[in-house]
Design a binder for this molecule. Structure first.
Ligand SMILES: *Cc1c(COP(=O)(O)O)cnc(C)c1O
Length: 366
């Protein structure tokens, strides 16, 4: 039987990990729409109906494509479509580090711009590296989910604009909809996000805005394959369709989620994320912890806590799960145990975050 409850009554462990995040009953109900054919008018009407709101959220007058894949599909696809010479992969955590490996696995020439985990990518570093020449694309993860670093996107965008040959590929998986990201204004060529993090939907859908010049680059790039071919996406988008059979359940869920988002109002949604994030940050200081991410470059959608008190993070997480049926994350990759992370993405409220923080305090060692 499908479990569609997000209450603690049935023993479900509510997710406060930075993805996937908790999915509301309303979103699940929308997901369970009866199956429709994806080549009929019901599908194209659905896509057409949600598209203007997607454009508003992406800050673009251009197309927003829907990909039946997790974000990595379109992260890889962006490389395959846009890189002809060499890509610069900005590396500041687990997800951004992996993008270099993915670029190379696609057979592309790729170079990493590396900083220590916890540090941001700075515009002057990008400028110095791109100035060496030879690059025709750059990847940046706006909000590095593993470290809680929010990179200075607007400042980096201003630098990338000075290099007209360089396509600007931005991952907003854990920041999309939590703060404004004006794609066209910033000169972003691909802005991509996934369904299961900031959008609080089940995993399996990604969304991407693609600029006209990126489409022109793609048309001239060999070996871009079929499934993630931007040209295929575009041809189908012109009829409000997708290249292959889409995950229609997600698109019904997305429509419902857009109703929620625009019902709340974008500005109110951004302010809510800022407020909830501040509540978690305040808890960090009040309990003798520090942030893992450098001050001034901290995420608004999650907090990565540095375990400077040297608590048993695994025991802390497991006490929260056992006593209160909630999950936080005990650190990602090489910072497992030396950090822990709390998400304030999606549908969380002052009430749910207050409750969580109270439980966290109660589960800390004396
Ligand atoms: C989770 C995450 C991804 C990968 O998403 P998948 O859904 O696993 O493909 C990529 N980038 C960021 C910033 C993420 O947080």
């Amino acid at each position: 039987m499908l479990n569609t409850t997000n209450t603690t009554a049935d023993g479900h462990v509510k997710l406060f990990i930075p993805g996937p995040v908790e999915v509301s009953d309303k979103t699940f109900r929308a997901f369970c729409h009866p199956q429709i054919g994806h080549r009929g008018s019901e599908f194209s009407s659905l896509y057409e109906a949600i598209h203007p709101r997607l454009q508003t959220m992406f800050g673009t007058a251009g197309p927003v494509y829907l990909s039946t894949s997790s974000a990595w599909g379109v992260m890889e696809g962006s490389i395959r479509n846009l890189v002809q010479k060499k890509v610069l992969n900005c590396m500041c955590g687990a997800f951004s580090d992996k993008w270099l490996d993915v670029s190379r696995r696609c057979g592309k020439e790729a170079e990493g711009l590396r900083v220590e985990w916890g540090d941001p990518i700075l515009p002057e570093m990008v400028e110095a590296t791109l100035s060496q020449g030879g690059f025709d694309a750059i990847t940046l993860i706006h909000n590095e989910t593993s470290t809680g670093v929010l990179n200075p996107l607007a400042d980096i965008a201003a630098v990338v604009k000075k290099f007209p040959e360089v396509m600007f590929i931005v991952d907003s998986v854990s920041s999309f909809s939590t703060m404004p990201i004006p794609m066209d204004e910033l000169g972003i060529d691909v802005l991509l996000t996934g369904s299961q993090k900031a959008l609080a939907m089940p995993p399996g859908l990604s969304l991407l805005g693609v600029s006209e010049r990126a489409r022109e680059r793609a048309a001239a790039t060999p070996g871009r394959g079929y499934y993630f071919d931007f040209i295929e996406f575009h041809k189908n988008w012109e009829k409000f369709m997708t290249p292959s059979t889409p995950t229609t359940g997600h698109i019904w869920a997305l429509q419902s989620k857009l109703d929620d988002i625009f019902g709340e109002g974008l500005e109110a949604r951004h302010a809510r994320h800022e407020k909830l994030n501040r509540m978690v940050s305040d808890w960090v200081g009040a309990n003798g912890f520090e942030h893992f991410a450098r001050e001034g470059f901290r995420s608004k959608s999650l907090v990565c806590v540095k375990n400077n008190r040297d608590i048993d993070v695994a025991a802390f997480c497991s006490a929260l799960k056992k006593k209160h049926r909630v999950a936080i994350n005990g650190g990602y990759g090489k910072i497992k145990g030396t950090t822990f992370r709390i998400s304030n993405m999606g549908d969380e409220s002052e009430a749910t975050i207050t409750e969580l923080l109270g439980w966290m305090t109660g589960c800390l060692p004396a």
